[in-house]
Design a binder for this molecule. Structure first.
Ligand SMILES: NC(=O)c1ccc[n+]([C@@H]2O[C@H](COP(=O)([O-])OP(=O)(O)OC[C@H]3O[C@@H](n4cnc5c(N)ncnc54)[C@H](O)[C@@H]3O)[C@@H](O)[C@H]2O)c1
Length: 288
């Protein structure tokens, strides 16, 4: 049974200090949920906590680097102690490079991008899902990927970002099999936004010291990013999409209808691969 009512439910949201995560926190709190916001930026996090708390539910702020598995497990323990059973897990924290050619990425950026965007989601899942299962109250997991995980965008030179987000889609597709979530009444969604009006372009200033610290993204800019998806969605609209996806147990969540055509192009390439297989298999004779 999908979660139909958020009143009194407990949600953990990473990257909750701004953008999509903060808008989702507001939407959940407005619907009566208790919310834990986790973020690497302590000051905006505290501002966000105070704003979300104004809706009346219990709201806590947990400073956290999601790429640190030990820290995520500690955050989970604090969540359990202060809010109780986790019902909604939103692995939203993410960082982006400006478009960067592959040869210009360098190790500090690879480790950071994959550490936050991909392993950050793994850390959230491995810390929280066993506890959600153990408590037996059902729930929902939302993992934030990106539309770039789903298709080969013709202009966007950002392979590390795309790879990290493709991993999130793959992970999300495997979760039910891995944990038997459906039987436990736990749904999964993977969020694939195209363009949302947030401050994600400032991600480089949030790179932890162990990945090389803060840097300016501008030097690596080579090409413009999305130019063909129309207007950016607002964070509030994405929050409405996510709450609806949880209530209706919708797996893929998109923001821009234009992207269906890009995915269709990728699908056509995949089908061409199978057509080639059929053609070769029909005429193939084993060398004797
Ligand atoms: N904005 C877009 O157009 C867009 C498009 C596709 C996907 N996304 C994804 O949506 C998610 C939310 O991004 P947003 O657009 O709201 O950007 P945002 O920058 O407003 O929010 C991201 C939040 O994650 C936090 N964060 C960064 N590194 C962290 C870390 N190591 N540990 C914990 N928190 C960390 C940031 O401090 C920030 O509050 C990201 O996963 C992003 O990749 C965004």
């Amino acid at each position: 049974m999908p979660l139909s009512d958020f009143a009194g439910r407990n949600a953990f949201i990473t990257g909750g200090a701004s953008g999509i995560g903060l808008a989702t926190a507001h939407a959940l709190a407005r619907a009566g949920a208790n919310v834990a916001l986790a973020d690497i930026e302590p000051e905006p996090l505290e501002v966000a906590r105070a704003a979300v708390a104004a809706h009346g539910g219990k709201t806590i702020a947990i400073p956290l680097d999601v790429s640190d598995a030990v820290a995520v497990a500690t955050a989970r323990d604090r969540f359990l102690a202060e809010l109780g059973t986790p019902h909604v897990l939103i692995n939203n924290a993410g960082v982006s490079l400006r478009p960067t050619l592959l040869g210009d990425v360098g190790p500090g950026k690879w480790d950071w991008l994959l550490g936050v965007n991909l392993l950050g989601v793994v850390n959230g899942v491995t810390a929280f899902v066993p506890e959600m299962l153990r408590r037996g109250e059902g729930g929902h997991i939302v993992n934030t990927a990106s539309i770039v995980a789903m298709q080969v965008h013709p202009f966007l030179h950002n392979i590390p970002y795309r790879m990290s987000k493709a991993g999130v889609v793959n992970l999300s597709e495997c979760l039910d099999l891995e944990y038997g979530l459906a039987e436990a009444g736990i749904g999964v969604s993977v969020f694939c936004p195209a363009l949302v009006s947030t401050g994600i372009i400032n991600s480089s200033f949030r790179r932890p010291e162990r990945f090389g610290g803060s840097f300016s993204n501008d030097a690596s800019a080579k090409v413009d990013s999305f130019t063909d998806v129309g207007a950016a969605a607002t964070p509030d609209f994405t929050a409405a999409l996510l709450l609806d996806a949880i209530k209706t147990d919708t797996f893929f969540v998109f923001t821009h209808p234009e992207c269906a055509d890009w995915i269709g192009e990728r699908d056509a390439k995949i089908r061409a691969g199978f057509a080639q297989l059929d053609r070769v298999a029909e005429t193939y004779a084993s060398p004797s």
